[in-house]
Design a protein around this ligand. Structure first.
Ligand SMILES: [Fe+2]
Length: 183
């Protein structure tokens, strides 16, 4: 682990141990993460190694007791997630490349359950965002033509869980401006 990553983890620890609510924790951790993004001394080449077929997760740190975890996600061009939400608060920072994110809201009930697109963003290196459940349903893809690497900090033990994904959403997607048919 690099000295810069160790320093970043120390800063995150201070915030998490202060016992704030999830939204305030996410916001404070995002502020701490941002200046580290893009630094050449943050991650080793092994921690930014991609995989063919699917984006790759490297678990960089799990806090003893599991109060937070830090992972890198590495994406070849075109690789993407399913539409998903998360087990805990989550802070995302783009370290290299460009990630395209689509945000959804689950709507309807019973036989008409569907997703509505509520936002589409192109997130370049240096961008940070905090996600706090509920309302954190999204899809992320490497929309650029070179490697993308992002840092993710979760308020959960990803070493035990294996992933931050709570649920995948295999529902019809309706665009933001679509109007329902009137019978
Ligand atoms: Fe996510």
């Amino acid at each position: 682990m690099s000295a810069a990553l160790s320093e970043l983890i120390g800063g995150i620890r201070t915030v998490v141990e202060s016992g704030r609510d999830p939204a305030s924790t996410g916001s404070a951790v995002a502020d701490i993460l941002q200046p580290y993004l893009g630094r050449d001394d943050l991650l080793t080449s092994e921690q930014m190694a991609p995989a063919e077929g699917c984006y790759r997760q490297h678990v960089l740190h799990v806090e003893p007791g599991g109060s937070f975890s830090v992972v890198s996600l590495v994406w070849l061009p075109g690789q993407c997630t399913c539409i998903h939400d998360h087990v805990s608060w989550c802070v995302v920072g783009v370290h290299k490349g460009e990630e395209h994110e689509t945000v959804y809201e689950a709507q309807g009930s019973n036989g008409d359950r569907h997703l509505r697109v509520t936002g589409e963003m192109k997130n370049p290196a240096g961008m940070v965002a905090a996600l706090v459940p509920p309302g954190d349903v999204h899809h992320v893809a490497n929309g650029g033509d070179c490697l993308a690497v992002s840092l993710h900090i979760y308020g959960a033990d990803i070493g035990k869980l294996g992933s931050s994904i709570r649920r995948n959403y295999d529902l019809e997607v309706r665009q933001q401006n679509a109007t329902p048919a009137i019978a």
